[in-house]
Write a protein that binds this ligand. Structure first.
Ligand code: PDD
Length: 281
């Protein structure tokens, strides 16, 4: 199916979408992005994604591409024009088009693009079996709290994971797991969910934020602290969260089974809470 995409103010068929070769997103990865889930044709957690977008833009001193209401309309129109039932909206803002120079251009205007991607979020078959992860060194920069399009390290980490038969790479720094290449990382021990606290070393996941709220509402304990790969191997359960996977069980780390190789009960509960809420959104 040919999609209708959004490029700098216009909805166009994907084959007609054009971006300048001088766009700083293309030349310098000088841009930020968001991935917002869509379930039953409705945006899930939209406000949290836009709050994070604003923060990313501010941290990089990048201008907002349009007023908040227009951004919402763009998202809703993309859903409508593509008849998207379930999947994601990808949106990207860059510092705009200018002759190639490293410092910020004076009069460039931010570029904005958006597109849809159909995906099975609710009935994702991986959620029934759980997925495998492998550990890999975290070779990223130290502003991982900014959702930058500079994703070469995650690309290499994910490719390494795929080549080893795993779905995700858990990145390790100074002996501790930071996060997945495109997800946040969790283990469960003695009925407590353990995950790294927010800092510049990880992205503040919107799904993570929702998970914390749901855990509080349902009386599930969360401990915010870094954990080691060794601790993860000895955990009762493990899982990851992201906008495109929600709560995804992990059943193997570096070839070693976790929790008997089955999705764990707390993970399954948290996924169920999340799905219920997403379907009501
Ligand atoms: N990735 N950590 C990293 C490094 C990520 O790239 C992501 C999301 C997350 C989870 O954030 P959220 O729950 O807000 O999706 C954590 C998106 C899905 C992506 O790049 O496709």
């Amino acid at each position: 199916m040919s999609r209708i995409v959004f490029v700098n103010g216009a909805f166009v068929p994907e084959a007609d979408a054009k971006i300048s070769i001088f766009d700083r997103g293309f030349l310098f990865a000088d841009g930020v992005y968001e991935v917002t889930p869509v379930v039953n044709g409705r945006l899930v957690d939209y406000d949290a994604h836009m709050e994070r977008l604003d923060r990313s833009l501010k941290e990089l001193r990048m201008a907002a591409p349009c007023p908040a209401a227009e951004m919402r309309t763009m998202h809703e129109e993309l859903v409508k024009r593509n008849r998207l039932g379930e999947g994601i909206i990808y949106m990207q803002v860059t510092r705009g088009v200018a002759d190639r120079q490293f410092n910020f251009p004076k009069d460039a205007r931010s570029s904005l693009v958006g597109f849809t991607q159909t995906m099975a979020l609710i009935d994702n078959p991986n959620a029934r079996t759980g997925v495998k992860v492998v550990t890999t060194p975290d070779i990223r920069w130290l502003r991982r709290d900014i959702k930058s399009v500079m994703l070469l390290a995650p690309v290499l980490g994910k490719q390494e994971a795929y080549e080893k038969g795993a779905a995700e790479g858990w990145m390790v720094e100074d002996g501790f797991v930071t996060e997945g290449t495109s997800s946040n990382a969790y283990i469960v021990k003695d009925n407590t969910i353990i995950t790294r606290p927010l800092s510049n070393r990880i992205l503040a996941g919107c799904t993570r934020k929702a998970l914390f709220r749901l855990a509080r509402e349902h009386g599930v304990r969360i401990e915010e602290r870094a954990f080691t790969p060794e601790e993860a191997l000895a955990a009762d359960e493990a899982f990851l969260t992201s906008a495109s996977q929600f709560v995804m069980p992990i059943v193997e780390i570096d070839g070693q089974r976790i929790g008997g190789g089955q999705p764990g009960p707390i993970t399954r509960r948290m996924r169920e809470f999340f799905l219920q809420e997403a379907q009501k959104a």
